[in-house]
Ligand binder design. Structure first.
Ligand code: PHB
Length: 392
């Protein structure tokens, strides 16, 4: 379960590790340590692969020294098992004395670590967990990723305005899936739509046929889908079971047409409309630069998890710079909670009250572009806050 620093990170980290090991205590005091806990193995391994690749791009572009401190990244693989996340976080805090913990590929992993962050006053930068209440679990948690509700309400508005009158929802049965389902349903019904069935499937499902059969029987105009552990399998089974030919459209948060997995999906996915905060095809100069830097080193494209990692690094670097190298958790969180900057995904900020991400949500349609399948954006909803915590 442990990912070695040197093996994973190549020359940059080798250099830092060498400097720390070779110069002893004084050098260790000049080091700023970031513990990165992500799934590098198991069903969520793409999250760890994307976020760690983004860290590397960020460090290549911005160097390994900030405010006189050498940045050291300690990577740990939790396999998306919350007990492992907790144990690894404990070790990173107590043994490695990390200044920040970053990553968190799933909501249960973020929940498991939140109390440790509070107790140790160590900032936690959440990149992959999407349940709305994540940052409320610790005053030391901030999020640079997304919430499921942010994109689900935008999706509901679009569906209601685009001749979709009836929907069946299918989500993985855990907090972010339930958030996606509830926020979609209440917004869609409020806009005059009808939800025929709300189906929850085990997170580890690989055979979706009974749920697809159930969905098909209702003959909805669309199926709203969030199944983060089995997206490619789900999309393929949807086609194999003939739901697309029955005229049922797939809609949902952009996780279902994830840039990391889109190249493995069939052409039937073309035309699928989703709502999300990042597309590798986002047409900005900053994003084109990011995608080019990312693809120079990797044989896969950056996805939404990667940009959450890249921006998380920016949040950490800027906080350390503004703190003048003073790395106490309280100081860093205070700076981070007021951050605002331009990301490859567009303008973003942290809401000082909730410590959660505020960002544009884009409607996108899958199209073939330059030989590959991409999510091509066609509408923008600006500065969207998490709709669940916004009204609390
Ligand atoms: C989560 O567990 O919060 C999660 C995981 C994968 C996603 C989105 C959310 O694509």
């Amino acid at each position: 379960m442990r990912g070695g620093v040197i093996g994973l990170w190549g020359s940059i980290i080798v250099l830092v590790a060498f400097a720390v090991g070779g110069l002893g205590r004084a050098a260790a005091e000049d080091t700023f340590k970031i513990g990165l806990i992500v799934p590098m193995t198991g069903r969520q391994a793409s999250t760890g692969r994307e976020i760690s690749a983004a860290f590397k791009v960020y460090m290549q572009q911005h160097g390994v020294t900030v405010a006189g401190k050498r940045i050291s990244i300690i990577v740990r693989d939790d396999g998306a098992v919350p007990d492992a996340t907790k144990r690894l976080a404990q070790e990173l805090i107590v043994h490695d004395k990390v200044n920040v913990i970053a990553g968190f590929g799933t909501t249960p992993s973020a929940y498991a670590v939140a109390p440790l962050l509070t107790e140790a006053k160590v900032p936690g930068v959440v990149m992959g967990a999407g349940a709305s209440d994540v940052t409320s679990r610790s005053p030391f948690m901030l999020r640079t990723g997304f919430t499921m509700a942010q994109s689900s309400v935008v999706m509901a508005d679009w569906a209601a305005q685009n001749a979709i009158k009836t929907v069946v929802t299918i989500v993985s049965d855990y907090a972010p899936g339930i958030d996606a389902q509830n926020s979609f349903t209440s917004r869609f019904i409020g806009a005059g739509g009808k939800v025929l069935d709300e189906i929850r499937v085990p997170l580890t499902s690989v055979d979706f046929s009974p749920f697809l059969q159930q969905a098909r029987e209702g003959a909805p105009d669309a199926a709203f889908i969030f199944v983060p552990s089995g997206q490619v399998m789900f999309m393929n089974q949807f086609v194999e079971r003939g739901l697309d030919r029955a005229g049922i459209k797939i809609i949902g948060p952009g996780d279902i047409t994830d840039d990391d997995q889109l190249p493995a999906m069939r052409d039937q996915v073309i035309g699928t409309v989703t709502a999300h905060m990042y597309s590798a095809a986002h047409p900005s100069a900053l994003n084109r630069e990011y995608v080019a830097a990312f693809e120079r080193d990797n044989d896969f494209r950056p996805n939404f998890m990667s940009v959450a990692g890249y921006d998380g690094m920016h949040l950490i670097y800027e906080a350390l710079r503004q703190a003048g190298g003073n790395a106490t958790g309280d100081t860093l969180v205070e700076i981070m909670r007021n951050a605002k900057w331009e990301s490859p995904r567009g303008p973003i900020s942290i809401d000082p009250r909730t410590r959660d991400i505020v960002q544009n949500i884009y409607l996108r349609r899958v199209e073939r572009q330059g030989g590959g399948l991409y999510n091509v954006e066609f509408a923008t909803f600006e500065a969207v806050k998490d709709p669940v915590t916004e009204i609390k």
